[in-house]
Ligand binder design. Sequence first.
Ligand SMILES: [Zn+2]
Length: 461
Amino acid sequence: MLIRDATVFGIGDTDVRWTHRHITECGRGLRPLPGEDDIDARGGWLLPGLHDHHVHLRALAAQEGSVRLGPPQIHTATEFATRLRQADADLPPQGWIRGVGYHESVAGDLDRAGLDRILPNRPIRIQHRSGALWILNSRACDLLGVHDCALPGVERDPAGYATGRLWRMDSWLGGRIGAPAPDPTAIAARAAALGITGFTDATPGLGQDDIDAFADSVASGRIPQRLHCMAPPAVLDPGTERFSLGPTKILLDDHTLPSLDEFTARLRELHEGGKSAAVHCVTRVQLVLTMAALDSAGVRAGDRIEHGAIVPAEAMAWLTEHAIPVITQPHFLVERAAQYAAEVPDADRPDLWRLGSLIAAGVGVAAGTDAPFGGPNPWPVVRAAIGRDSDSPTTEAISTRAALALFFGRPERPQLARTIAPGQLADLTLLATPPGEFTDALDTELVAATIVDGRPVYLAG
Ligand SMILES: [Zn+2]
């Protein structure tokens, strides 16, 4: 297949040909061979295919049937109660309400009793915007046997009764409710239309069944993109085309941090078993602990920091020296602006979602949407990275090219950019506009074609 008259990222005007999965020729004046399909790019910008380096596909697909119960849709306790009662009225008598996006700025530290006052009879589960917490009403707790569950994630009041707040218990909850895995077809198609050619699923604790189901979705084409999936060490690679296993996700919570010795031992065990670690770091203490543990355990290629929401200036040289990339979410500063303005202490502001200063210091940086906890569209991420202002003396805004390149990394080495050249995989995102008009185009009209593994998975109307 051939794309003619494109403006190739980093090269300029040229035509690009590929055969099967790999690019075979780049040059000017290439003409279609007999029987060869071609796309006239009309000067459109041709990019290495965008890879979303941090996303939660299943949670994103599950959101389709969920009720939004936090900002920007819901701001007050009254709006919250009204929306829940409306969802109840809209549903048949049987079945759950699944709420998402809750934040305590709406109605405080919600618990079982608070939800019972609004809707006592229908089982409700509501996910906190962080993804760390589910809040259930009493009906839901009874149905699932929460009171008898001995896992440490079950929050209890001083008398020992479950409060309905479940921390980091997604797998337990999923198993108990027994709902089938949501179909990823629609979200994958939407991502293809936005130019996404690959995903890294960063969900912690996926089991063999989850991984097999993901591989099956890729093999059947329900997910036409490439999928790199974080997984615990025991999970086996199903050996499917366009599917690969990634590092093991490690979650840290400030109130349950492991000791340095425990954390070091865990990293060492992962590395010895041939796995890298992707460590969730959203606070200063989480990053500092991770650096100390990696100093003791040693670094393995593929180790990475997820989020890096707070990176102190002193940490940047360490990250560069150890070649550990930070997988960042520049759009959170836009999506969560009101919350950050209210909650982030002045002392933390210069270190909040660093971007330009990380790149200037030589730290490897890549971007992920973190959908559904952030918006799933990569273009607002790019715009947020370009349009950043900064509370710090450092410049955090980056160029359009650098912002796009946040999505060019290899799935297994996010800090290493893929290029468009003979021998490279034909994963390509063709924009409808040339580079100069990029910033004026609307997201929905931006992408002309999305090619994965040499095959068009999206062509604009
Ligand atoms: Zn995440």
